[in-house]
Design a protein around this ligand. Structure first.
Ligand code: AMP
Length: 454
């Protein structure tokens, strides 16, 4: 889970990248970095912190130039340490390059082993670094071709922004797992993970990069597109719509908020219940709860109030912090819950630990009965394509039946949205999405080291 953003041909590009990353903070909260260029050299700053806490304004002034790329990170490949902060940068034989990546390369262990055997030294444990090594070994004549060639050797999920002193390169893997969106800003160009970043700076949405598209923009702003070899189908990550993307973004051809609301409506059709109030788990469950409430004609209300100064609990890499986080983050509205029959709606259940605590809180507030509704199917398998999900052992949906989960959560009833129902409300055809976390059927083979981490 990461966010990427770039600004090209724009005065004070780093300022715009900074703001873009601010809007993409939900995609990663462990580290933050920007690299800029004035056409002569790179200026860079990376830090293990939130965007808001990252820089003094004078630091941004030092990131000079009309080109910049940036990254917010949540680790899905390699631990959360300083050497794994992005963008990464390297000196190739014909110049400097900087690169930021959202996604996971599923043949990274095999490639790394091969390169190690050939004597390569790695600076990080990021799969992203492989792209530089493959570029360095390529015999192709231009940097753009070497980049393209390296992408034919990696597999898995990648949305990339890469920069030299005089060109910006963007790439999206042939399955299109993660979004990558192009926009216009004044005389220049912006690209990033989600459109909410464009709205913040006032950039105009142009289009999503096609799956397999590699875009090159030169110093004059001239843009060319090439395409990687086609694959049998697209595999847009459905979890972007369920949880990851911000509701005010437009990804995979539709507005995320509308998609979530439609999932909530469909959930109500599949699992109706008679109750007094529909309560969302804020913020992730809000659009689906609204859809549920509209469809079931049960009033919607905020029975749980979120403290906005706490980040996403689950996104903390340490389980102890996560446990502690629930109470810090959510508080009860007792007047709304007392003696009521409550439908609590969330977008997903992963380990079940947060949901269990929330249900306990609702009961403590005097709810007469609690019915949980989840606007996605049970998560039964880990994601290897760039979403942080735990191992199968930790996924409650992989180890318990719905009835057992109902008992564990201590709810009167539990209903998950069906896979069929989830896909039926989305804009693209059903076979255009990756549903690996709900089905265990991944679009492409994954290295065994990733499926069985030691
Ligand atoms: P739990 O009950 O512990 O499984 O936590 C469920 C909560 O985690 C839900 O509110 C989800 O919105 C949230 N969630 C789902 N997937 C993720 C993820 N990959 N990273 C962070 N939070 C997530």
């Amino acid at each position: 889970m990461c966010g990427i953003f770039s600004a090209w041909g724009i005065e004070d590009a780093s300022n715009h990248v900074y703001l873009g990353l601010y809007a993409l903070q939900h995609r990663g909260q462990e580290s933050f970095g920007i690299v800029s260029t004035d056409g002569e050299q790179f200026y860079m700053k990376k830090k293990m912190c939130l965007v808001a806490d990252a820089f003094h304004p004078t630091t941004l002034k030092m990131l000079r130039g009309r080109g910049a790329i940036g990254h917010v990170r949540y680790s899905t490949s390699g631990p959360s340490v300083m050497r794994n902060m992005q963008p990464i940068h390297a000196q190739l034989h014909d110049g400097e390059v900087a690169l930021a990546h959202n996604g996971n390369l599923v043949n990274a262990p095999t490639l790394r082993r091969q390169l190690h055997q050939e004597g390569m030294i790695f600076q990080s444990s990021l799969d992203t670094e492989l792209i530089f090594h493959l570029m360095a070994r390529s015999q192709a004549t231009s940097l753009k071709e070497r980049f393209f060639e390296s992408l034919t050797q990696v597999r898995g999920a990648y949305s990339l922004v890469m920069m030299t002193h005089n060109q910006l390169l963007l790439a999206r893997d042939p399955y299109g797992y993660r979004p990558l969106i192009l926009g216009e800003y004044r005389d220049g160009l912006v690209a990033g993970s989600e459109t909410c970043a464009f709205d913040l700076i006032g950039a105009k949405f142009v289009r999503e990069l096609e799956p397999g598209e590699v875009v090159c923009v030169d110093q004059q702003g001239k843009t060319t597109s090439d395409f990687l070899p086609r694959v049998a189908r697209q595999a847009y990550c459905v979890f972007e719509h369920v949880y990851l993307a911000r509701p005010d973004s437009h990804v995979f051809g539709e507005n995320v908020y509308s998609a979530r609301k439609a999932m909530g409506r469909r959930l109500a059709q599949e699992h109706p219940v008679t109750a007094d109030v529909v309560v969302p788990v804020p913020d992730s469950g809000v659009p689906a709860a609204l859809g549920y409430s509209e469809e079931c004609k049960i009033p919607f209300d905020f029975g749980l109030i979120r403290n906005h100064y706490v980040h996403r609990t689950f996104i903390e890499p340490d389980q102890r912090i996560r446990n502690f986080g629930v109470r810090v983050k959510l508080n009860l509205q007792r007047t709304i819950l007392k003696n009521k029959s409550v439908v609590v709606v969330d977008d997903s259940i992963v380990r079940g630990t947060t949901s269990r605590k929330i249900i306990g809180m609702l009961r403590e507030a005097g709810a007469r009965s609690v019915h949980m509704r989840v606007s996605s199917p049970a998560i039964t398998h880990p994601c290897h394509f760039g979403i942080d999900t735990p191992t199968r052992q930790e996924l409650i949906g992989a180890n318990k039946s719905v009835e057992e989960i109902r008992g564990y959560l201590n709810v009167d009833s539990l209903g998950y949205l069906s896979q069929e129902g989830m896909l039926s409300v989305l804009a693209q055809t059903k076979d255009s999405y990756c549903v690996g976390c709900f089905s265990g059927r991944y679009p492409e083979a994954v290295d065994v080291e990733l499926t069985n981490p030691s």
